[in-house]
Design a protein around this ligand. Structure first.
Ligand code: PHE
Length: 394
């Protein structure tokens, strides 16, 4: 008895009295469905119209509401099933229905595309480009049969782009590299000694509050700035020293438009004989003009950091309004862009460098702020949300 003949008989008449025999019947039906679908996909068609017609016929044979094969299963097996067998028949019928969705014409077209792609992978050595597809040659024959055109462009895999923070970081690095600085790095998980003590911030010093951070244990923190690498570098290389130190830093800040508990800094440090504050000003003025444009002016204000003396803040004339006053510079015409100063003699000493022979300067800047200014971004959190609509703009 063919499976089609079975479909018009009641389960009882087929001797299906338990779950196992019901399942066996459904296996037979599903196998038939799969095999008819395979046949359709692998049989050459004369043309598009012919192929479409056959796909529709197969679909209707199984899915037609009134007399499709599934309707018959419903009519003769499911509806009249005994109370004990109903659950298993229902379950099996659902699976069959899921499988039969693959016979909808759009689904068939999708399977055609998948099948033909694998057909093209096994290329004919005499036709490596697969251009002869459909001329009855080798493995590309199947592709032709189902109307796949191997000369069409493939599916594009989107390539990532460089994150705006990385982009700006590299741009800043580039400027200092041309001045003869080199790039140094250090650990993000740092000892309290390097993050604070060696930088002249003893435990009792109120400045520790400015750099409150995540403690891993009482002696280990996520570094709050890139400054501890000043000490590592002095210990490693001695003087003279001209380095920049890009890297991630952490602070116990609540996220808002300009704060985030993780951010990026670039530290700069120059140590040599007779280095003065004039060198610091000249270098940072050159840097600001390179980064923000030649018209940029810099302004230095006194400030305080325990590891520099004297210390300063650098502001640049607002690159948006050229110092006229706008929303970005809060009408002041100036934007603060970094902290800096002459390296404190005690810090040089901690780094193993004799402050009577050498002097140096250092600065630290926040990369996020530069990227926000450069691209007109008003919320720091956009950098870390991984939203493609944002990232694709860079
Ligand atoms: N480390 C300081 C900060 O995080 C910045 C700085 C670096 C200041 C070097 C002076 C010299 O705010």
């Amino acid at each position: 008895m063919s499976f089609e003949e079975k479909l018009v008989k009641a389960l009882e008449a087929l001797g299906a009295k338990d779950e196992a025999s019901v399942r066996a019947l459904f296996v037979e039906v599903r196998d038939a469905l799969e095999s008819e679908k395979r046949t359709l996909l692998s049989t050459p068609a004369a043309n598009d119209a012919d192929r479409m017609e056959r796909a529709k016929a197969l679909r209707d044979r199984w899915l037609s509401r009134r007399n499709g094969l599934l309707a018959q299963v419903d009519e003769h097996w499911l509806k009249p099933a005994s109370r004990e067998l109903k659950p298993v028949v229902g379950l099996e019928f659902n699976q069959l229905r899921q499988l039969a969705k693959g016979l909808e014409v759009e689904e068939l077209i999708k399977s055609v595309a998948v099948d033909s792609r694998s057909a093209v992978v096994g290329r004919d050595p005499n036709d490596p480009e697969g251009l002869g597809a459909g001329k009855g040659k080798g493995p590309t024959q199947a592709a032709e049969a189902i109307g796949f055109d191997p000369t069409l462009p493939g599916n594009r895999r989107p390539l990532g782009s460089i994150h705006p923070i990385t982009r700006v970081q590299r741009e800043i690095e580039e400027i200092f590299l041309t001045l003869g600085f080199w790039i140094e790095s250090g650990p993000e998980i740092e000892s309290v000694y390097y993050n604070f003590d060696a930088l002249n911030i003893p435990e009792s010093h109120p400045a520790r509050d400015d750099w409150d951070t995540f403690y891993i244990d009482s002696q280990t923190v996520l570094r709050t700035h890139t400054s501890p690498v000043q000490i590592h570098a002095m210990e490693k290389y001695g003087a003279p020293l001209h380095i920049i130190i890009p890297g991630k830093c952490y602070r116990r800040d609540n996220p808002d438009a300009t704060h985030y508990p993780m951010f990026h800094q670039i530290e700069g440090m120059a140590i040599d004989q007779d280095v003065t504050f004039a060198d610091l000003k000249g270098t940072l003025d050159f840097f600001a003009k390179r980064f923000f444009g030649d018209q940029t002016r810099t302004s230095f204000h006194p400030s305080f950091f325990p590891f520099t003396e004297p210390s300063g803040e650098v502001a640049v004339s607002c690159p948006i309004c050229d110092g006229q006053g706008c929303r970005t510079c809060k009408q002041s015409g100036w934007i603060e862009v970094m902290g800096c100063g002459m390296v404190h003699p005690e810090v040089l000493r901690r780094g193993g460098i004799d402050p009577d022979r050498y002097s140096g300067w250092a600065f630290g800047l926040g990369v996020e702020r530069y990227a926000m200014m450069k691209y007109g971004i008003h919320d720091i959190q956009l950098f870390y949300q991984g939203d493609l609509r944002f990232l694709e703009q860079f």
